[in-house]
Design a protein around this ligand. Structure first.
Ligand SMILES: NC(=O)c1ccc[n+]([C@@H]2O[C@H](COP(=O)([O-])OP(=O)(O)OC[C@H]3O[C@@H](n4cnc5c(N)ncnc54)[C@H](OP(=O)(O)O)[C@@H]3O)[C@@H](O)[C@H]2O)c1
Length: 241
């Protein structure tokens, strides 16, 4: 099946593992957005360097992100890029940090989803939007107000988009990946205990070998994308299948 994938946050962690899965397919075109570049000499990959917290730059870049749909039987958007935000309690946050976290985790995925729908709504291909969410969308964690709020917003946005788009040939998912051994977890373990009371628990996840690998989670995400008909709910958690 000739597949188009638009992927954010492809240079590290989970996004890199998702990229590897798709580039191993026979017939695929990937457009990938991150601040840095992998500089891979792969004819099926177009990399765009962009800071997704800069929404004006994102808007200006959108015309370069979505290729013509002709020839693709499946068009997929994976909003994977994310940032843990400032790990600090309310009362110690910075306005710029709040904006940055909301832009990366919520407003950029909303903007890209909107543009994806505009680009492909009249195309007959199978269309899937997968927003990488988090258990933190449901569970308040002291020190993570920016992250929890952004991910909860992204989950709700996914549910509304599903209601609007389901009859138009789009499937929308909000997927929690579990706890994954990536740079984001390293950043969490570097937090200040005073600002993040759950610090010891997160250090334990790593030392007790409880983290999933990015490759395991990428395989689960690929399973969902390959068989969306088996996943009727918008909100998914890879630990449940
Ligand atoms: N790891 C976990 O345990 C965990 C748990 C729940 C949910 N998640 C979610 O899973 C997704 C992937 O996380 P990860 O753990 O793989 O994180 P990661 O290792 O920190 O990778 C984040 C990716 O996003 C890109 N990115 C970050 N900020 C960006 C920005 N401002 N503009 C453009 N790209 C940006 C990074 O690329 P550049 O540095 O090149 O920009 C990188 O490729 C995130 O949405 C995260 O919230 C992770």
């Amino acid at each position: 099946m000739r597949t188009l994938l638009i992927l954010t946050g492809h240079t590290k962690g989970l996004g890199h593992a998702i990229l590897d899965v798709f580039l191993s397919l026979e017939s695929v075109q990937v457009v990938a957005l991150s601040r840095t570049s992998l500089d891979l000499a792969h004819s099926n990959l177009k990399e765009i360097q962009l800071d997704l917290s800069d929404l004006d730059a994102l808007e200006a870049t959108i015309p370069k992100v979505f290729p013509k749909a002709e020839g693709f039987e499946r068009c997929i958007l994976i909003n994977n890029a994310g940032w843990i935000g400032e790990v600090k309690p309310v009362g110690k946050l910075n306005p710029k940090g709040i904006q940055r976290a909301m832009n990366v985790n919520l407003l950029a995925p909303m903007t890209l989803t909107d543009a994806f729908v505009k680009a492909y709504r009249n195309h007959q291909a199978e269309k899937i939007i997968l927003n990488v969410s988090s258990g933190a969308a449901q569970k308040p964690l002291p020190g993570w107000s920016e992250y929890c709020t952004g991910k909860a917003g992204l989950a709700m946005f996914s549910k509304v988009a599903h209601e609007e788009l389901n009859g138009l040939g789009f499937r929308v998912f909000s997927v929690a990946p579990g706890i994954v051994d990536t740079g984001m977890q390293s950043e969490i373990r570097r937090a200040d205990q005073q600002d993040f009371p759950a610090l010891e628990r997160f250090i334990g996840y790593k030392s007790e070998g409880k983290l999933s690998t990015p490759e395991e989670v990428a395989a689960k995400i690929f399973q969902l994308i390959s068989h969306p008909e088996l996943f009727p709910e918008v909100v998914q958690d890879v630990r449940n299948y």
